[in-house]
Every structure is written in C-alpha cells, then in structure tokens.
Design a protein around this ligand. Structure first.
Ligand code: IMP
Length: 192
C-alpha cells in the first residue's frame, strides 16, 4: 500500500503544491539489496588490483556512496557526467558527455554506477564511450530499471530493482533538481 508522504512541489508560500511523493522502495530495502549485490560484485571482481567505480552524475551520487562502503574490494572512485533530462520528465535521446573521468581506465576493471536505466540511451552511450578506452573488464550496475520504457537493447550487469513506468525521485534522484535528499525511492504523483 502506497502512502502519500509529503508534498514537495512548492517553492514556498506563493506556489501551489503540485505533486506528492509516495514511497515505493524503503531505505531499509535499498540497503539490503546493496548488501546482496555487493557480494555478487566481489565475486565477479575477486582478485582485482583495484576496481574503478565510475558514478554517473548526478543521480548516482547517493547510490555510489553506499555501494563503495559496502564493497570489500580495493576501489578507486571517479565520476562521469552525461546530459539527461534537464528539468523535464522526458528523456532526450541525444546523450552528450559533459564531464569526463579524471583517471585512466585502459587495462583496468571498471564498474559503472547508474541510477536508473529508462530508455537505455544513456547507458548504451556510456558503455560505448568507455569501451573504446580498452578497460580490462567493464561492468555496469543500475539501482533501478524500467524495462517497459526501453528503446535501446541494453541491460546493466546488475540491477537493484525493476520498477514500472513511473517517475521516481529520492536516494539521489531528482525531479527538477529537488528531492535528491529523500532517503527512500518515491513516485511523483501530480495533483490534478
Ligand atoms: P535513459 O537514457 O532514458 O535510460 O535515462 C537515464 C537517465 O534519465 C537516468 O540516469 C536519470 O537521470 C533520468 N531518469 C530516468 N527516469 C527517471 C525518473 O523516473 N526520475 C528521475 N530521473 C529519471
């Protein structure tokens, strides 16, 4: 049963609250899933000299923070920024790299950390972009997957949760740059 938790659509007294957020995945469920996924990732990368964990800005910043603290592997953290939604709820199909990695990945083990795979354009683009640099292994993890929205045939190596076609926020994920600080994943419901 989904419960409306709070209205977050207002910028203060002048605007009306235009949406509510209903919890979809609790902070506790996310933590348990990250623990389980970390054990699988450790097995996959057992013996690695150092795993380069690449967070896709900005939506993955909370997920990557929890993930690297759970992973019992030597890790290096780097970030990549790809263009995405802007302030709208619609995906742009043209993906651009806005910020490149600081470090080299040639011959190294790499794990790309994405918040959501939606149409799949972003993940596809990032895999191609980094794949050209000849990493030893290139794997991907997405906290959320909306398979019903896919336009490109791409799948993360690991997925936290498959979700239906809904616009979600929280745990690093925004709607118009808001709600990233919610500790859970919630669905945005527009008020009529
Ligand atoms: P894709 O290229 O369509 O797969 O979109 C990937 C990016 O779109 C994600 O990394 C998010 O930044 C953004 N996105 C997709 N779905 C949502 C959502 O429900 N809420 C907020 N951002 C989303």
């Amino acid at each position: 049963m989904l419960t409306p938790l709070m209205a977050q659509g207002s910028e203060g007294g002048n605007m009306q609250d235009d949406y509510v957020i209903e919890q979809m995945i609790s902070a506790k469920a996310i933590a348990a899933r990250i623990e389980a996924l970390s054990r699988e990732i450790e097995t996959r990368f057992a013996g690695t000299e150092k795993l380069v964990v690449v967070g896709l800005l900005r939506g993955s910043f909370v997920f990557i923070a929890d993930l690297v603290r759970e992973l019992q592997l030597p890790v290096e953290v780097d970030f990549l920024e790809a263009s995405s939604y802007g302030n709208a709820m619609e995906s742009s199909r043209e993906v651009r790299i806005l910020k490149d990695l600081r470090g080299e990945i040639a011959g190294r083990d790499v794990l790309v950390v994405e918040d959501i795979v939606d149409t799949g354009h972003t993940l596809r683009h990032v895999i191609n972009f980094l794949g050209h640099r000849d990493p030893k292994r290139l794997e991907t993890i997405a906290l959320l997957d909306k398979p019903s929205r896919r336009e490109v045939d791409v799948r993360a190596s690991w997925t936290g949760f498959e979700i239906p076609d809904a616009f979600v926020v929280g745990y690093g994920i925004d709607y118009a740059q808001r709600n990233r600080n919610l500790p859970y994943i919630g669905v945005v419901r527009m008020r009529s």
